[in-house]
Design a protein. Structure first.
Lengths: 668, 526
């Protein structure tokens, strides 16, 4: 199997190299063919591997490919661990990536308009884009398939690099290059915690290998570290690692980079900033479940951070008017749901939501991109309306995506979100009540912002200018085909996967189970105990509060932004003004950006200047270095005056000296 | 004893080449450039013999040559390399090639003298890394200043006189104390062999004084806070090639000195004063990180970045004692030193490449000010790609060499102390901030002015330079094992020396390290 796994990883890399370095020579067609072929091979093999894990009896693969280095007896390797969790991630990543690759052919077709005239930076930008997204696929696969912490960190940073390159893809736009710098640095704040977590693992386990660390973890369950007045080792490791996840998966307060990342082209918003890269933190925590289960404090921390993100980021989505930003805040909120699931030890539910979300959120982003193409890159939903008549495929698929997102019964999001809310409801760790409440309110918020956007875009009267409306038409098949192919799993994947993932303990494969839950923490157990099939689950869900909240939100949105809006186009603004200070807080995004800009960015620069001027220039160079030179010069000046050249001065000096010496000799 | 004097060849071949280039003169500049390049390439290929012929299974000195030089004072022409010095020698011969190529068209004033200075510099630096006789070491050490003084003083910028004098006095100030220490040790050991110094048993006072003397010499070279202020000035005034050699190799001589002298000769003083070095290293990482952030001059920014990265080197070297003192911590000392070594090699590639990048811009626009640029990628896309790549390497991205040393030092430092590791790890944020912010202002954005609009992309020579260094950075990043394996035996031996109490029997009560009895197991003279 090693060759299969190597092929899965290296095929996209090969595509990226060919398209990146020889893009000019092979042309557009060559570039997208070679990268799609690479990712296609990777996706086909990943799906095949997944089926082998589902129906075959594929053994867990855990092997090193090569030794990166050995230092001080610690082996750093590059190797793969492929179990059911990995196989699921591989299939999700490569499938969404393949869809995005195909879609990009349409989206980037006239990319030359996005570059300044005569700028060489836009040369072969189409080929370069394909190279980057294939490189991303390679990096993401390295991340999920890793069997050790060092390679995890490699993949972690490599996806960050590609994210940086792609957010700033239109590298001449000031907003884009601001956003990518911000994204990279905020992620680095997370990685700062992450690397310390890895260092803690290295110190106490003396190994980077997952299997060895997990096997030894229970022995360290009670180890205390003399920090912060005594803290459990597992809490320290898990919190530090989770800080990394907070950066990558954009959890409060490290979420600030994700909305800005929308400056990148839409296909990568779908692939990187919705479906895959941002879920790396969720995957990582699930992968580390044997460690997290040993620290209830860390789980509580995860739970509270996740729930806070889930509700409060969703609220901001209500006041956004940029179609991509609405979806971005929705992504933040949904990532919060996944993270909360992890905190409640419902790792399987978190991964389940990760998968369903990958499909419907990629779908929503790509649909938004389709709308943006039709609208000639106007992204303001207040300028849209009535698009369903012009773009029926985009309309239907977007509707499917929105229904899946709000958890409409039987759609994929319904199963995963209900499972999370239920599991959190059963949790008893610190913060569980808070999380449960926030997640439930979040359901209403999700329905509101999703359908506010949906109705403003697709229903009502067209509000765009005459020229744009005249040119409105459905996007080409390379754009709509991925929409359709993503809409299918958005509807059915929940129904198909809920039983294996959540009920039958699919992740448990006997001697190696990727997801381990401590006995007292199994909050999916009630769901399992009362499982009577998918139908019963759906019917049961329709008696629960979240269902009513979602439906209430949907109906309210229809009344306001469909019916109400067609009567009074100022209604949206009016509602926002009724919100008063509440709206203003949301519009200011709780002030995180201002705070960071002033305190961290501004403060860092001020501190740097202060240190430079006072330390290097005044103290060291001024006082010590040039100061001592000046003092030597001053002294020399003085001493020089002694040497007058007059004989009688010297004679006097000699006589005085002689007298002095004689006195000393006589007296002593 | 090796029958073929390979080290002598690597030292003297470029020096003879330098003289030949000087002799060929500026009238036939085209020929003298080719002669210089030929000598640089040949030296590099010859030096590869050190790698291929190296036995990584032993900590013994290899390729040893020993001949009397000044017999009356027991001074020998004594050369040899181990796993610590050999990679640094190859780094030297490797980087020199790019310096010669980089000066190809740019240097119009006395080009043959320029090339000759670098070739002579190369030989002298190899001499420093391979000298096993203290006097020979000192001679090479001081001789190194002369070509660099000339390079900055003749081909430097407008403020070059201030910079050269500052550079010269700073480094000379450091090294006179070292000479005193070396002479003192000669009287103790009755030999100038550095390896004999390793076997000395010196009292704590003597060790401390020697340690401080060495510290003054090496700290200036590294440079460590607070004796670092000569570096930004020297870089700013130096021509591109001078900056490259300065950053890529000369700074490493300070780090090398700590490993060859301070740790093995004065382990007890090092253990007693390690807090000082660690504190200065952490200041270098954090304080200098902030200072680098606000630099307006690209060369100054990279110079400060170098100081911060060299902080990792000294940190990795001196956490050894804290780890050794704590019996609960198993391992980490070797990783710290190896991490510091890898960081030195990697920094040679990356800082060299970054200074070459600045040189590419400077040659076209004649400005190093960040504010004079913006949107370079519009006219120089290939160059922009290289800058982003090396910037990422400078920020320690995994997959590039910049990551390897950094992560090894962080992992090792964590074993010593959580808060030290905490401060060291801030470099993840700071290095990304100052490097990428510069990239954003220089490379990205819209074309800022007419000069940027008129830029031409890399020519073949520049592309060759940056491409070769990019490959080196990548290779070391994805497979550091070959480099680390070469060092293992020597670093193990070094840690054994550093963890041995070398106080004389009368003071053995003060030993915090293992007692001298274990010295029997150490590799002394070859």
């Amino acid at each position: 199997m090693e060759n299969v796994y190597l092929t899965i990883v290296l095929a996209p890399l090969l595509g990226a190299i060919v398209a990146g370095f020889f893009g000019g020579r092979i042309g557009r067609r060559g570039a997208h063919s070679v990268t799609i072929a690479g990712v296609g091979v990777s996706a086909a093999l990943s799906l095949w591997v997944l089926t082998r894990f589902i129906w075959g009896d594929e053994p867990v693969f855990n092997q090193a490919v090569y030794t990166w280095m050995v230092s001080d007896g610690m082996r750093f390797e590059v190797g793969f661990l492929v179990d059911r969790l990995t196989a699921l991630m591989m299939a999700t990543v490569t499938f969404v990536s393949l869809m995005v690759h195909v879609y990009t052919i349409g989206y980037m077709a006239d990319d030359e308009h996005n570059w300044p005239k005569g700028s060489l930076s836009g040369r072969n930008s189409y080929q370069r884009f394909f190279s980057y997204i294939s490189l991303f696929t390679f990096s993401m696969l390295m991340l999920v398939m890793s069997n050790n912490f060092m390679q995890l960190f490699f993949g972690w940073e490599a996806v960050g690099l590609v994210s940086y390159l792609l957010i700033g893809f239109w590298s001449t736009r000031e907003t884009a290059i601001f956003a990518n710098l911000k994204a990279f640095i905020v992620n680095r704040v997370g990685d700062f915690g992450f690397i310390l977590g890895i260092a803690a693992v290295a110190m106490y386990f003396n190994s980077m290998d997952y299997a060895e660390v997990f096997a030894a973890a229970p022995q360290h369950a009670d180890t205390q570290v003399a920090l912060f007045g005594g803290v459990s080792l597992m809490t320290l490791i898990c919190v530090l690692l989770f800080i990394g996840a907070m950066g990558k998966s954009a959890q409060v307060p490290l979420h600030v980079w994700l909305p800005d990342s929308m400056e990148g082209p839409t296909p990568i918003s779908a692939l990187i900033h919705a479906a895959t890269m941002v879920t790396a933190g969720v995957f990582m925590v699930a992968r580390m479940s044997p460690l997290y289960e040993l620290s209830e404090a860390a789980l509580s921390f995860v739970l509270i951070v996740g729930a806070t993100t889930a509700l409060f980021m969703g609220l901001i989505g209500l006041v956004q008017n940029d179609i991509k930003r609405v979806v971005a805040y929705s992504t933040l909120s949904q990532l919060g749901y996944m993270v909360t699931a992890l905190g409640a030890s419902a790792y399987a539910a978190g991964i389940f939501h990760l998968m369903t979300h990958a499909f419907f959120k990629a779908l929503l982003f790509l649909a938004a991109g389709s709308v943006i193409i039709a609208m000639h890159h106007d992204q303001d939903i207040r300028h849209m309306g009535g698009l369903r008549r012009y773009m029926p495929i985009t309309w239907i698929t977007a509707l499917i995506g929105s229904l899946a997102l709000i958890g409409f019964p039987a759609f994929s999001g319904f199963f995963s979100k209900d499972a999370i809310i239920e599991a959190v409801g059963h949790s008893h760790i610190f913060g569980a009540g808070y999380a449960s409440l926030l997640l439930t309110i979040g359901v209403l918020v999700t329905a509101l912002y999703s359908f506010r956007m949906y109705f403003l875009v697709f229903h009502g009267k067209p509000r765009m200018d005459e020229h744009t409306r005249h040119h409105l038409h459905e996007t080409p098949w390379v754009v709509t085909l991925p929409l359709i192919l993503l809409a299918i799993p958005s509807v059915v994947i929940g129904w198909i996967a809920v039983e294996p993932l959540l009920v039958t303990d699919w992740f448990n494969t006997g001697d190696w189970s990727p997801i381990q839950v401590a006995p007292g923490h199994d909050n999916l157990e009630p769901l399992r105990a009362h499982w009577h099939g998918e139908w019963a689950f759906v019917l049961h869900g329709m008696h629960m509060l979240p269902f009513y909240l979602a439906m209430g939100g949907l109906v309210f949105a229809a009344l306001v932004w469909w019916l109400g809006f067609s009567i009074d186009p100022k209604l949206d603004e009016q509602i926002q003004s009724w919100g008063g200070p509440f709206t203003r807080v949301l519009q200011a995004k709780y002030g995180f950006d201002d705070f960071n800009q002033r305190v961290f960015a501004g403060g860092g620069r001020r501190l740097g200047t202060a240190l430079w001027v006072s330390g290097d220039r005044i103290l060291i160079d001024g006082a010590v270095v040039n100061g001592s030179a000046n003092r030597v010069a001053w002294l020399a000046q003085r001493v020089r005056q002694l040497q007058t050249g007059y004989l009688y001065h010297y004679a006097i000096a000699m006589i005085v000296g002689l007298a002095g010496l004689l006195t000393i000799f006589v007296v002593l | 004893m090796n029958e073929f004097p390979l080290l002598t060849l690597v030292i003297w071949f470029p020096i003879i080449g330098g003289i030949a280039v000087l002799a060929s003169g500026d009238r036939a500049a085209a020929i003298s450039k080719w002669i210089a390049l030929g000598f640089a390439l040949l030296t590099f290929f010859v030096s590869l013999g050190l790698w291929t012929g190296f036995d990584s299974g032993t900590a013994q000195m290899q390729f040893v040559e020993r001949a009397p030089w000044i017999p009356n004072f027991d001074v020998y022409y004594h050369l040899g390399v181990d796993g610590i010095s050999m990679p640094l020698i190859i780094l030297t011969t490797f980087i020199t090639i790019f310096v010669i190529v980089a000066g190809w068209e740019v240097i119009t004033y006395k080009p043959s003298h320029y090339m000759a200075a670098f070739l002579i510099m190369e030989g002298v630096m190899v001499g420093v890394f391979s000298a096993l006789d203290a006097i020979l070491f000192y001679v090479f050490w001081e001789a190194m200043l002369i070509p660099m003084f000339i390079i900055i003083g003749v081909w430097g910028g407008p403020n070059r006189v201030y910079a050269t004098i500052k550079f010269f006095l700073y480094t000379f100030f450091g090294s006179v104390f070292m000479l005193v220490a070396l002479i003192y040790m000669y009287f103790q050991a009755d030999s100038f062999s550095i390896l004999d110094f390793h076997d000395l048993q010196l009292g704590l006072t003597a060790q401390t004084l020697i340690f401080v003397a060495f510290l003054l010499a090496f700290a200036v070279k590294v440079p460590m806070f607070p004796v670092h202020t000569w570096l930004p000035d020297a870089h700013v005034e130096a021509p591109t090639g001078g900056s490259v050699i300065l950053a890529a190799i000369m700074l490493k001589i300070g780090g090398y000195g700590f490993l060859r002298f301070s740790l093995p000769i004065t382990p007890d003083a090092s253990a007693a004063l390690d807090w000082l070095i660690i504190a200065l290293s952490l200041i270098a990482i954090v304080y200098i990180g902030f200072v680098a952030l606000v630099q307006q001059d690209m060369k100054k920014l990279i110079a400060y970045s170098s100081i911060a990265h060299m902080g990792f080197v000294t940190l990795g070297f001196f956490i050894v004692f804290t780890i050794l003192r704590n019996p609960a911590v198993a391992g980490g000392a070797v990783m710290g030193i190896e991490g510091g070594m890898v960081q030195m090699i990697s920094h040679g590639f990356i800082s060299g490449a970054l200074f070459l990048c600045v040189g590419v811009l400077y040659d076209r626009v004649h400005s190093r000010e960040i504010a004079d640029y913006g949107g370079v990628i519009n006219t120089m896309p290939w160059f922009g790609a290289f800058v982003v790549y090396f910037a990422m390497a400078n920020a320690g991205l995994p997959g590039t060499s910049g990551f390897v040393g950094e992560v090894m030092v962080i992992l090792a430092t964590f074993r010593a102390d959580f808060w030290w590791a905490f401060l060291a790890a801030t470099t993840l944020i700071l290095a990304a901030a100052f490097t990428l912010w510069m990239v954003k202002r220089v490379v990205f954005g819209e074309v800022k002015n007419e000069k940027v609009a008129a830029l031409q992309d890399l020519n073949r020579r520049e592309a060759f330079n940056l491409g070769a260094l990019a490959l080196a950075v990548l290779a070391l990043g994805i497979w550091p094992a070959p480099l680390v394996e070469v060092m293992h035996a020597s670093v193990d031996n070094l840690v054994a020396h550093a963890s041995t109490c070398k106080l004389p029997a009368s003071e053995s009560g003060d030993c915090v390290l293992a007692l001298p009895a274990s010295m029997a197991g150490l590799t002394g003279q070859p």
